[in-house]
Design a protein around this ligand. Structure first.
Ligand SMILES: NC(=O)c1ccc[n+]([C@@H]2O[C@H](COP(=O)([O-])OP(=O)(O)OC[C@H]3O[C@@H](n4cnc5c(N)ncnc54)[C@H](O)[C@@H]3O)[C@@H](O)[C@H]2O)c1
Length: 238
């Protein structure tokens, strides 16, 4: 497959490696300052573009890729306030966009277990729940997109939790998220239920970025011939 890479940082480079291992052709690599390349024949020859840049640049990158009629798979976090514009482009203009706050298979299994556990725990108000997330010190956004997805999965079922709050004093109605930034940690997420007598905890600990990059390339292979707004629920069989 012909693949373009937008954002050539830690994730972009890892994605390039996986693409080459899977015999894909990297037809164009775009980083900051390379905006002209969106109009190039090389970029337009891509069957899909994989975008991992920054919260501030992601939306403009999607607009440029859509203008060149190239489907986008993106994992950039921290831009979701603008999600309606992207959904509209898919629904009304026939564009294709695949988004995941976390492309790792293990994290998506954690999401499924998290939703199931929350349904059970709604029957046991003596347990209070919170989320801990730890990432490397270079991460620009907090909480992580993954922690927000976990929080949404909890709030869908735990009736008492009305909104999440980051590193703040919380009341019983708030779901507390603690964000920690340490060294080069690729990503650790824990959901913990605590009562007076015990604790129940589920954790995902990424050993490297490889799982995220592989998931993004699998999503690109899946997306190439599809239309619309897609996500991990479309890709994974659960
Ligand atoms: N969804 C997932 O599974 C997942 C996994 C890891 C990281 N992420 C997210 O992916 C994003 C990138 O992470 P990273 O670790 O590669 O960061 P990084 O800082 O190493 O790389 C980002 C790259 O984007 C480039 N960039 C900045 N503005 C640009 C622009 N306008 N056009 C093109 N490129 C531009 C930067 O120069 C840099 O090379 C972050 O938002 C991070 O939270 C998501």
């Amino acid at each position: 497959m012909n693949i373009a890479i937008i954002g050539y940082g830690k994730m972009g480079r890892e994605i390039e490696k996986i693409c080459r291992e899977r015999d894909h052709d990297i037809v164009c690599i775009i980083d900051v300052g390379d905006e002209d390349k969106f109009n190039s024949d090389e970029f337009k020859s891509a069957q899909v573009a994989i975008e991992f840049s920054s919260p501030e640049s992601a939306l403009e990158n999607y607009r440029r890729a859509f203008a060149a009629d190239v489907p986008v798979v993106s994992g950039t976090t921290g831009w979701l306030d603008n999600i309606d514009e992207v959904k509209e482009a898919c629904e009304e203009e026939g564009k294709t966009f695949f988004y995941a706050s976390n492309f790792s298979l293990g994290v998506n299994i954690l999401f499924a277990v998290n939703s199931y556990l929350a349904k059970i725990m709604n029957n046991f108000p003596e347990y209070n729940v919170h989320i801990d997330e730890t990432h490397h010190i270079h991460k620009l956004d907090a909480p992580s997109g993954t922690a927000i997805t976990l929080a949404e999965g909890i709030m869908d079922s735990i009736e008492q939790k009305k909104q999440w709050k980051l590193n703040e004093e919380t009341t019983d109605d708030d779901l507390r998220i603690n964000s920690y930034r340490e060294k080069e940690v690729p990503g650790i997420h824990t959901v913990k239920y605590e009562s007076e007598v015990d604790e129940i905890e589920i954790t995902h600990n990424a050993k490297s970025r490889k799982g995220f990059a592989l998931g993004a390339v699998l999503a690109a292979e899946f997306t190439a011939n599809k239309k619309g707004f897609l996500g991990m629920k479309d890709l994974l069989p659960f």
